[in-house]
Write a protein that binds this ligand. Sequence first.
Ligand code: KG4
Ligand code: ZN
Length: 318
Amino acid sequence: HAPFGGVVPEIAARAHAEKLDAVVADAMTRAGLSYGELDGVAATSGPGLIGGVMVGAMTGKAIALAWDLPFIAVNHLEGHALSPRLAEPVAFPFLLLLVSGGHTQLLMVEEIGRYRRLGSTIDDAAGEAFDKTAKVLGLGHPGGPALERLARGGDADRFPLPRPLLREDGLDFSFAGLKTAARRAWESLDAPAQTDRADLAASFQKAVADILADRARRALAHVDGRATAFVVAGGVAANTVVRAALADAATAAQTRLIAPALRWCTDNAAMIALVGAERLRRGLRDPLDAPARPRWPLDEAAARARPSAGAGRKGPKA
Ligand code: KG4
Ligand code: ZN
């Protein structure tokens, strides 16, 4: 997707159709398992760009049908939410900050399948803001990791960028104003040098970390000791500066930040398998006609009441 500066839905769906059988066969070989030894098949069934989701869900269903195995339709966001449990059995309920390319939300994770949203972005997701700013700075796609590398040598105090909603009431997020300010700052430089780029990257990254940490502090005060831990998950959780800011917020609230290992922050199949296993253990399974869903909020009731607020969307805006 790099030559197009982002994920083109049709290309992504075709690539899924072309590559998925080989990827599954490779995974089975590496695991040293035969299909008959599996307890079930879990497949991401949303939310997301529907072409790729359909290819994955159909493949999972076909394997389940052929081998007479239970099928579990997994919400991608539930995968992120439970991803820290790949490393340790984090107890419920915990406070979750989910920060990915399509979502920025604060949730109470009460139990598997029981989520209560406390706040979400009113415009861009944090990862989306990283990617768009990275694009402005001429970095490749996905931009988050590249922007973090560039920012390492930069001065985070050089550009005074805004921190929308900082210290305001509520637990919602906003990144659009920051993204625009970063672009304007870049455009105002004539003949920018590499140090300018690094300084702007560092200033932007610091602003995102400040916003996330501010909302985390508020959320931790809001849940007031009822959470066993503060968990951060999703691609942006791979960012070291973000992790450090959130760890400070957790320490100040006398709780612990739990962040998945870097490879489990960004999209991965292990977290989907984990959700499948946890659901199977609770006797939950899905019918083979379970739909692939472009939108699928974790907290369906609240999302119905507030349909506009970043509810279960992943991928580019329509
Ligand atoms: O969770 P994820 O892999 O996919 C979604 O579900 O969206 O998150 C991808 C997002 C992208 O926007 C990517 O730029 C961002 O996470 N990301 C990062 C870093 N690694 C990935 N953002 C900032 N710093 C990073 N190190
Ligand atoms: Zn994701």
